[in-house]
Write a protein that binds this ligand. Structure first.
Ligand SMILES: Nc1ncnc2c1ncn2[C@@H]1O[C@H](COP(=O)(O)OP(=O)(O)OP(=O)(O)O)[C@@H](O)[C@H]1O
Ligand SMILES: [Mg+2]
Length: 484
């Protein structure tokens, strides 16, 4: 959860590298402190050795080394270190000090002082050896002075140096963290203000949010939010209009139903009551159809989930629907025919079965309903390389070119018609076409009438399996469904 916080991510992005740098700094500072402490204590060792060496002289009993108190006193830094020394002649004979002190790795140290580490009385010590030429009667002899010291002072000094610099660095890190935190607070303040504003918004307030006080980087987000609110508002308006229209459409048949019911109640004789009851049944069917259309529309509308994609044989489905509509065609004295190529094309489409049915039913219903008695409705299922085409053709009045885009709108009906309907059929068809990635086209039929063509994309896997029906085939007309 914490990793989703931008503030946390920014701080972590800053502090982790800072921590790594601090660790490196601490170890470098530790090393530096050690080097400094060693350099200082080595210098004191050397000064002490030199001071002893300078006091080697030639006395009555030969070579003689007196140890000046200052040479040992300079070590007294309060850490309780012990100092050992040794002065030897060139042949190794002891002049002063402890003979068993570790000897220098080079027996006769050259003119340069020789520093080395060793152990004495079970303690680690640091030693320096210097060579001091002493003039004798018969020439010059090299005496060797070794001075050593235990390591308490040296270690304490390097610890103190390191702790001092570690403190400084820690303080810097803490200050950097506090500054970073304050900067983040300042940077996030406008964003938090915006989110409070969004939270406090009333659900019907679609005024755009201002980008004025925000950082430029947040502009796209706020603009997108504002655009989204615009779309939401349009959608809500459309829904409100739809509800109003639907209520209006329902009110008319319901009023009719009430009138018919009171007729049935007040009917003078059996015949009148039966007539009123038949009218009630017809009106109820009308209301049921409207309710079903509203449901179809709700189902076909985009709602985040793609429709089912069953493999459906378009020829068989269309044939079934036409058989069901035979009765209506007979009633309206329209010749309803189904044309399929022989052999039948491989017309399998991927679709939601209920939606596909709604689509075909609405197109056939329109064609049969709007074609005057004696007219002809022909339904064709065809196949070309990349689509299955359902075509519904009628010899009715057609739709004027200017109206062809409008008829897909909900509740829109071409003015002047006298048939009943609510103007939802083609709106449902359009939603279904869109949901399936299909395309619909309205055209004028040669010789008058309307041609509606729906092109369904052919699913890739189905394309591989079945080839396009042979060219040059002859159209075959199926058994007559309407009157001939
Ligand atoms: N085949 C057609 N021939 C002539 N006009 C048509 C045809 N199909 C549709 N129309 C016109 O398009 C309009 C919209 O059709 P749509 O199917 O959406 O609604 P409807 O048929 O009026 O009502 P509903 O289908 O909801 O009962 C119709 O009112 C009609 O004027
Ligand atoms: Mg219709």
């Amino acid at each position: 959860m914490a990793t989703r916080s931008l503030r946390f991510q920014l701080l972590a992005g800053l502090l982790i590298p800072l921590g790594i740098v601090a660790c490196i700094q601490f170890s470098v500072a530790y090393r530096n402190a050690e080097v400094t402490a060693h350099a200082v204590t080595d210098r004191i060792l050397l000064a002490s050795a030199r001071s002893i060496a300078e006091h080697i002289g030639f006395g009555d009993s030969g070579l003689d080394a007196t140890i000046p108190p200052a040479a040992l006193g300079m070590f007294d830094l309060g850490y309780g270190d012990t100092v050992y020394y040794r002065v030897t002649r060139a042949d190794g004979r002891l002049l002063a000090g402890y003979l068993d002190l570790p000897a220098p790795p080079v027996p006769a140290p050259p003119s340069q002082p020789e520093y080395y580490d060793g152990r004495y009385h079970d303690e680690s010590i640091r030693l320096v050896a210097v060579t001091q030429p002493v003039s004798l009667a018969n020439g010059v002899e090299n005496a060797t002075v070794v001075v050593s010291e235990t390591l308490y002072g040296r270690n304490a000094m390097s610890r103190e140096l390191w702790i001092g610099s570690a403190w400084q660095q820690s303080l810097l890190i803490v200050i950097a963290c506090v500054l970073a935190w304050l900067a983040l607070r300042r940077v996030f303040a406008p964003l938090l203000r915006l989110s409070r504003e969004v939270e406090a918004r009333a659900p019907d307030d679609f005024r755009p949010f201002s980008v004025a006080a925000l950082q430029a980087e947040l502009d796209p987000l706020v603009r997108a939010l504002n655009e989204y609110m615009g779309r939401l508002r349009a959608q809500l308006d459309a829904q409100r209009r739809f509800t109003e229209n639907a209520a209006h459409q329902l009110r008319t048949p319901l009023t009719l139903l009430r009138t018919q019911a009171s007729f049935a109640l007040r009917g003078a004789d059996e015949r009148e009551r039966a007539e009123a009851t038949r009218a009630i049944v017809a009106t109820t069917q009308q209301i049921t159809r409207l309710a079903n259309q509203l449901l179809s529309l709700a189902k076909a509308e985009p709602h985040g989930q793609p429709p089912r994609r069953d493999a459906i044989d378009l020829v068989a489905t269309t044939r079934d629907i036409l058989v069901e509509h035979g009765r209506l065609a007979v009633d309206r004295q329209v010749d309803l025919a189904f044309e399929v190529a022989a052999p039948a094309p491989a017309a399998t489409v991927r679709a939601d079965p209920t939606m596909l049915r709604d689509l075909i039913v609405n197109l056939v219903d329109n064609a049969v309903r709007y074609t005057p008695a004696g007219g002809q409705v022909t339904v064709t299922v065809d196949r070309d390389p990349d689509a299955c085409v359902l075509r519904v053709e009628d010899t009715g009045p057609g739709i004027p070119a200017a109206q062809r885009a409008l008829v897909f709108e909900r509740f829109y009906r071409v003015p002047g018609g006298d048939s009943e309907g609510s103007g939802l059929g083609l709106a449902i068809v359009k939603e279904i076409v869109d949901a399936h990635g299909a395309a619909i086209d309205l055209r004028e039929r040669e010789g008058g009438g309307l041609v509606v063509a729906v092109r369904f994309p052919v699913a890739e896997e189905l394309l591989l399996g079945a080839g396009v029906a042979e060219a040059g085939r002859t159209p075959r007309e199926e058994p007559v469904l309407g009157p001939r």
